[in-house]
Design a protein around this ligand. Sequence first.
Ligand code: G3H
Length: 252
Amino acid sequence: MRIPLLAGNWKMYKTVTEAVEFVRGLKEALAGIQGVEVAVCPPFTALYAVARELQGTGMALGAQNMYQAEEGAYTGEVSPVMLKEIGCRYVILGHSERRQYFGESDEMINAKVKLALKHGLTPIVCVGEHLKDREAGNTEKVVGEQVRRSLAGLSAAELAGLVVAYEPVWAIGTGRTASPEDAQQVNAFIRSLLAEMGGQEAARQVRIQYGGSVKPDNAAELLGQPDIDGALVGGASLKVESFAAIVRAALQ
Ligand SMILES: O=C[C@H](O)COP(=O)(O)O
């Protein structure tokens, strides 16, 4: 039984004050909720304050990125050791915005995934095709390559414990969502690929989210698909009301 993971990726939004205020509201909105896992992924600057605010709630903390080294002269970067100490359970890796604006390759993401796992962080590994890939009928080819390369060399147990987020790039922040059927098809494809890489049991356990314009009014249908085990939510995770509504939709 896979517990759905609803994770809010705040991207470069929210000061420390705004982040703390949000978490206080979210705690109230979701008090007593069971059967789903909820995580928030604030900018680095708010991680510590949010970690304190989340204590004792069962909600998890995630970071949006990390560097592929434990320490060193890497100005501006943050290591998995630092994220673990601060209380992160998750780290988003390979988000399409990292791939697009910061030149992250599958090989770099693979190094990050391995180091995150070494330090007890659970990677949320993002994959997804561009519109031109989908229109050319290349979705599975592109997503398949990203999965194989980003997750190369992982053991079956490591694959089983991962979170993969299928995020079609054309659906991110655009208001254009993949249909539940299309999202289900790609998530099922990713699961079959993971079965090839790590065996049936790993594929049965791994959680595969959908992300891309998930909103309160489309969440239930997306989350009701058999291979969609939660959502990675951008814009709609910035307001307590909409994020809480998406979390509740996972229980329907
Ligand atoms: O990580 C989250 C995704 O980029 C989705 O963002 P969005 O919900 O604003 O489309």
